[in-house]
Design a binder for this molecule. Structure first.
Ligand code: MG
Length: 243
């Protein structure tokens, strides 16, 4: 019997689950510690805690060449994109970023970086505070495909958050059987709600899906601007009643 005799044993069985309605013997949701401000929750995989880039590598090979100071990493222009050594798939991803406080350039030339899920699908990082650009390249756009539902930018130099719920595309051989699906919150505001990218990110052409494994690295873009990142973690997405 469940502790304290909770639940019912005379109710109908739920469709799709081996449990009754209000079943007291159904597995209890695992207890976790939710994140303190600026910290990861207790069950997260921490990819960057502000101290070093051990979890990262340069996409062009060798160690990640970005600068780490005062609890954040900053693009070192010319060192190229960096990516996690770990590959993962469906996840809840959190990261914080800041565009340079000193405003320089305009449109795509102001505070440009990017968050590439699985190294292929870009959620744009850009300073679009009072900086118009093509809408599908705005801050938090699914680059080249979907503008954000709203522009929720903070001022350059201020820390901003992305919370991303990512479901990887699925392939059967060369055939796409399920597109990717992404929900994005920018500074706590929903800017994509269960949106299906039309393919991998590309520039000036329509994105396409090409078969790839169900896991991939998280990649951050060196677009030549001094963009900062901190507090990067993810939690694998699990189904109901998972151990
Ligand atoms: Mg970019």
């Amino acid at each position: 019997m469940p502790p304290g005799n909770i639940g019912y044993d005379d109710t109908p069985i739920l469709p799709n689950f081996p449990y009754r309605v209000h079943d007291g013997n159904r597995p209890q949701p695992k207890v976790i510690a939710p994140p303190e401000p600026g910290k990861a929750p207790s069950d997260a995989v921490v990819l960057f805690d502000g101290t070093g880039l051990e979890a990262w590598e340069a996409v062009k090979g060798g160690p990640a060449g970005w600068d780490v100071q005062d609890g954040y990493m900053q693009v070192r222009p010319g060192t190229g994109n960096i990516r996690t050594k770990e590959h993962f798939g469906d996840c809840q991803l959190h990261l914080e970023w800041a565009a340079p406080e000193v405003v320089k350039g305009d449109s795509q030339g102001r505070g440009n970086s990017g968050v590439f899920l699985m190294g292929l699908y870009e959620v744009q990082v850009l300073d679009c505070y009072d900086n118009p650009t093509y809408p599908d390249g705005t801050t938090a756009a699914i680059y080249g495909q979907y503008p954000p539902l709203v522009n929720a930018c903070r001022k350059p130099g201020e820390w901003q958050t992305y919370d991303i719920i990512w479901e990887a595309p699925q392939f059967d051989g060369d055939t796409l059987v399920k597109p990717a699906c992404v929900t994005v919150l920018h500074n706590g505001i929903v800017v994509h709600n269960h949106t299906e990218p039309i393919g991998a990110t590309n520039h000036r052409v329509v994105g396409e899906y090409h078969p790839h494994p169900p896991v991939g690295p998280l990649e951050l873009q060196d677009h030549g601007d001094l963009v900062r990142f901190r507090n990067i973690w993810y939690r694998p997405l699990k189904g109901y009643d998972a151990e």
